[in-house]
Design a binder for this molecule. Structure first.
Ligand SMILES: Nc1ncnc2c1ncn2[C@@H]1O[C@H](COP(=O)(O)OP(=O)(O)O)[C@@H](O)[C@H]1O
Ligand SMILES: N[C@@H](CCC(=O)OP(=O)(O)O)C(=O)O
Length: 369
């Protein structure tokens, strides 16, 4: 058994995320039999002395049937109405289900600011610590009814990874309708199951796609991103089927395990690379990509081929390679309006007051390692 699986099966603090597709069906709404089976596995794990936070999607899915909505609505206002109705049903179902084990649940609805803004972090951390110390099971979802298109997470995989970092979890388990990561969308058939991801090279060449259920949002893509986010924070992750929750939360012998990175990022660098919102993009040539990603150098104006977005000095931006892949994130030292005159030029050609790195190495986190 791999180190990652051992760590998850022995974790004292665990975040478990369950997706909409594992709890709801479009026509019938919330499937309480499946919810109960999940709670059975979680209660078992809690009884084995694990402090566990459950991040549960499904509010929108659970709100469809009571509002006589046939399928997941596309517009935000109807999604919010469905979430408002569905979240109540979801919380009620969890309270009842955990009640069978005399476990108390606490509902925590978060906006992205609560986990993305560093100043708000402490607040959320305190709430979780207190709930866990009191023996309750926090049940988390995004506060969908107030989240606008601009600020919403949209997918709970990322939220779960950030919560795992926030509560200093020892493991993250992402439960879905699919039993593992495959080298292509398994609906197509002929795909191979991947059981261990030890680093970026194991992900190269895989075709990881969007959701298929019509209820989930992020698909496998957002699960892989979340597992990598956790790994960067030193937290191993497991992607498995909700139907196999007992095995995933027991010996962790199922699904796809993502190994934690050896070089655990500091809280500031983790925030910079994985939590902060970005305001624009800097396009890099191949030489600049090699310098910042492999050699960990600062980004100079000479290696930038273009900029977009609306940012000011001090904002966080994405650094993208010629294939449009985000390869790093960093704090930019210039306003967007200043850069067009500087890019592509060597530092010594620049006016004295602008002779500095565009993104300093200390403020830059490579994302593909
Ligand atoms: N490479 C892949 N491996 C596994 N699943 C994939 C892959 N590419 C796309 N998918 C799809 O992603 C879906 C899971 O995502 P999603 O429906 O958003 O789940 P959830 O609601 O649990 O978040 C799977 O049902 C599967 O069809
Ligand atoms: N907050 C939304 C969930 C959004 C979401 O991430 O869904 P999923 O891809 O099923 O995990 C809800 O409760 O419906």
């Amino acid at each position: 058994m791999s180190e990652a699986r051992r760590a998850i099966s022995a974790a004292r603090r665990l975040v478990v995320k369950v997706g909409s597709s594992a709890l709801t069906t479009a026509g019938d709404g919330l499937d309480t039999a499946r919810l109960d089976a999940l709670v059975d596995a979680i209660a078992d794990r809690v009884a084995r002395d694990t402090q566990l936070v459950l991040v549960s999607s499904g509010a929108i899915g659970a709100g469809l049937a009571p509002l006589a909505l046939g399928s997941r609505p596309r517009d935000l206002a109807t999604q919010q109405a469905a979430a408002s109705v569905g979240q109540l049903a979801l919380a009620h179902a969890y309270a009842e289900s955990f009640g069978r084990y005399s476990l108390t649940v606490g509902q925590v609805l978060l906006t992205s600011d609560d986990v993305v803004r560093r100043a708000h972090y402490r607040n959320a951390e305190r709430t979780f610590s207190r709930l866990l110390a009191l023996g309750a099971v926090p049940v988390v979802n995004e506060n969908d009814t107030v989240a606008t298109e601009e600020i919403r997470f949209g997918d709970n995989d990322r939220l779960a990874a950030l919560v795992a970092h926030l509560i200093h979890a020892d493991g993250l388990v992402l439960l879905s309708d699919v039993d593992a990561l495959y080298d292509g969308d398994p609906r197509g058939g002929g795909t191979r199951k991947i059981t261990e991801i030890t680093g970026q090279s194991d992900l190269d060449g895989l075709s990881v796609g969007k959701s298929s259920s019509g209820l989930g949002t992020g698909g496998m893509m957002s699960k892989v991103a979340a597992a990598r986010t956790a790994a960067a924070a030193g937290i191993p992750a497991l992607i498995a089927a909700a139907a196999e929750a007992r095995e995933a939360l027991g010996a962790a012998g199922t699904g796809t395990a993502f190994h934690a990175s050896d070089a655990r990022l500091s809280a500031r660098r983790f925030w910079l690379g994985y939590a902060a919102g970005t305001s624009g993009r800097l396009h890099l040539d191949d030489g600049a990509v090699a310098a910042v990603v492999r050699r960990r150098r600062s980004l100079l104006a000479a290696g930038i081929t273009g900029v977009d977005g609306d940012f000011q000095a001090g904002d966080v931006v994405d650094l993208v390679d010629p294939a449009q892949q985000v390869v790093a994130r960093g704090v930019v030292a210039f306003d967007v309006g200043e850069l067009p005159d500087l890019i592509g030029r060597s530092t010594h050609e620049l006016p004295a007051e602008q002779r500095r790195e565009v993104v300093h190495a200390d403020d830059l986190v490579p994302l593909r390692r």
